[in-house]
Design a protein around this ligand. Structure first.
Ligand code: FNR
Length: 180
């Protein structure tokens, strides 16, 4: 299955990016996970949406071609980062590539609340985009206290309990994709 991962942080040592890379490696036998380049997307501009820059075309095409999308985001000021909202705004117009697309929201933070407020906002946005969201109940990937769960050298998630929960929820996501 072809999956696009969109990461809401563009900093070099992003925990959310490390988490995306953990999944890319861990599930490589069953999922082909491509991490989208949202850093290169310009600010959304309605004047440009019918003939957008190549980076926008490529981003939208990768979502259109994917069987599912995983969005992995930090929480910024109780919501999602602007860089992620910008990417979703581009994807919401002209060819509306999120309509009916299976999407699994996730998030990582060193804090206690596991990005819950960001994910709730993200789910509202995904409702506007008419995505097919992973049902939230029982399937929330809220990774708090990340400094205790990632290997400081490799940057990979190593907490066994979290990994085993994630394994089971990835199977639920695969089942959701199969229903589309
Ligand atoms: C944050 N952070 C943060 N954390 C949180 O739990 N709730 C919040 O509202 C915010 N707000 C916020 C705003 C801004 C501008 C920054 C830079 C940070 C902390 C944030 O979750 C933490 O830095 C994460 O580690 C960022 O994710 P990456 O970059 O490691 O993936």
């Amino acid at each position: 299955m072809k999956i696009v991962a969109i990461v809401g942080s563009i900093r070099k040592d992003s925990l959310n990016m490390y988490f995306a890379k953990t999944m890319q490696e861990r599930y490589q036998d069953k999922l082909d996970i491509e991490i989208a380049d949202i850093r290169s997307l310009p600010h959304y501009d309605q004047d440009e949406e019918n003939n957008p820059p190549q980076s926008v075309k490529d981003f939208k095409q990768s979502i259109a071609d994917a069987d599912g999308v995983i969005i992995i985001t930090p929480e910024y000021n109780w919501s999602i980062p602007g860089v992620l909202k910008n990417a979703l705004d581009w994807a919401s117009r002209v060819e509306k590539v999120f309509i009916g697309k299976p999407v699994f929201p996730m998030g990582v933070t060193m804090g206690t609340l596991g990005t819950i407020r960001a994910q709730l906002h993200l789910r509202e946005i995904l409702t506007g985009l008419q995505a097919k969201q992973m049902p939230a109940a029982g399937n929330e990937i809220l990774i708090g206290f990340a400094n205790q769960k990632f290997d400081a050298q490799t940057g990979r998630l190593v907490d066994e309990q979290t990994l085993s929960f994630l394994d089971s929820k990835i199977e639920v996501f695969i089942d959701l994709i199969k229903t589309v």
